[in-house]
Design a binder for this molecule. Structure first.
Ligand code: ADE
Length: 261
């Protein structure tokens, strides 16, 4: 549903190429993905390679040449499925554990694209000709093997949907997300002020916006330094940030402490 004043914008169009369209009953019907679809910011379509087969069994897989375990997805039904929806503006993406790792930067890049075609592999994988002749890029959502690319497609679509202006109630919330500034998020609290003996940091009641902002920045820096030092290497840090980290982490190191509080 669109509200008066909502910007009219060409939606990000997504086609998901999948032999399990039923997998997607549900995940796109809640949260920012639903809102983005209802506001016309995002359009999601499913294409089933089985609909492009010509044999009685609607075969989409076959034995691997050279032998070995597992079935391989045949190239033709995937090529025909993609070609049925591809335009010169499309970006064709294969989802597989062999792909480039998906992250927040990728989500930002994808949300700028007018048309994404996400190919979900299944079984042992897709025929190599899909990789060499059909796709623009190959994406993985992490170093683990899923039963297929469908769950990865859900992850990617949701990460894009919540970046589309209007899909999330509070735009500021997206701007301060984990990774939005290359850092993990600062901790957040709500009522009650004391829960099972654990209290909320005093600064959050100070009404001093600058002090709260400084505390949040420092907590984000600390969380990132302790849990994801790889991210800290790439983040843009101010001289004040560096001074704070040096002081705090230096003290921790000399106390031998890993305590996060
Ligand atoms: N298909 C199977 N595993 C996957 C992964 N980790 N990322 C994307 N697609 C996949």
């Amino acid at each position: 549903m669109s509200a008066p004043g909502d910007a009219v914008k060409t939606p990000v169009k997504v086609h998901i190429v999948t032999i399990f369209p039923e997998f997607f009953n549900g995940p796109f019907d809640c949260g920012p993905t639903r809102i983005a679809r209802e506001k016309g910011l995002l359009e999601i379509n499913l294409v089933n390679p089985r609909d492009f087969t010509t044999d009685a069994h609607r075969t989409v897989d076959d034995y691997p040449f050279g032998g070995g375990a597992g079935m391989v997805m045949k190239p033709e039904p995937i090529f025909l499925a993609v070609e049925s929806v591809r335009t010169p503006a499309s970006r064709v993406i294969l989802l597989s554990p062999q792909g480039e790792r998906f992250n927040q930067d990728t989500a930002h890049r994808f949300k700028q694209l007018p048309h994404l075609i996400l190919i979900c592999g299944r079984y042992k994988g897709v025929d190599e000709r899909v990789r060499t002749m059909l796709i623009d890029e190959e994406v993985s959502i992490g170093d683990y093997v899923l039963a297929g690319g469908e769950a990865a497609a859900v992850v990617i679509v949701e990460a894009i949907a919540r970046l589309l202006p209007g899909a999330v109630g509070d735009e500021d919330s997206v701007a301060t997300d984990s990774f939005a500034q290359g850092l993990l998020d600062a901790p957040v609290y709500t009522r009650p002020r004391e829960f099972r003996g654990a209290t909320v940091p005093e600064v959050l009641f100070s009404g001093n916006h600058a002090a709260v902002a400084t505390w949040r920045r420092q907590q984000a820096l600390l969380a990132t330094a302790r849990r994801r030092p790889d991210l800290l290497q790439k983040a843009t840090l101010t001289p004040l940030d560096r001074e704070f980290l040096q002081k705090t982490l230096g003290k921790e190191a000399s106390n031998g402490s890993q305590n996060e509080k």
